[in-house]
Design a binder for this molecule. Sequence first.
Ligand SMILES: [Zn+2]
Length: 132
Amino acid sequence: MPESHKAENARRKKQNIAAGIGDESGRIVRVKAEAKMGRCIECQAELKITKTNTELKLHSENKHGKTIDICFPGAEAISAEMKNAVAGGKKGNDAKASSGKGGKKASKENLDDLLMAGMAGGPGAKKKKGKK
Ligand SMILES: [Zn+2]
């Protein structure tokens, strides 16, 4: 007698639990990619970097009267990367190929990435500044 779908699911969940994967009921949840955060160099506020960077732009302009480049260096590059990723596989390859041509720009972006990584790397090390 063939196994019913219900029984099959239950069995799979049991296996998952036994293997230590999935949630408490053995269901496998797809983990979302962690959101990339940008930290404002003016006030240390952390905002989520998105494809449009709307929040970051508003923050930079309204709070500091500056551009996103000044408050969140590197954020635009990450945003552009997200846009490329969404644009799809084939176009993504094209973008990669053409970025090799503009070597100067690419290296600047790498530098920004490094800066961002350095800023994100310190786990709130300078957060205590001025605050009790
Ligand atoms: Zn700020």
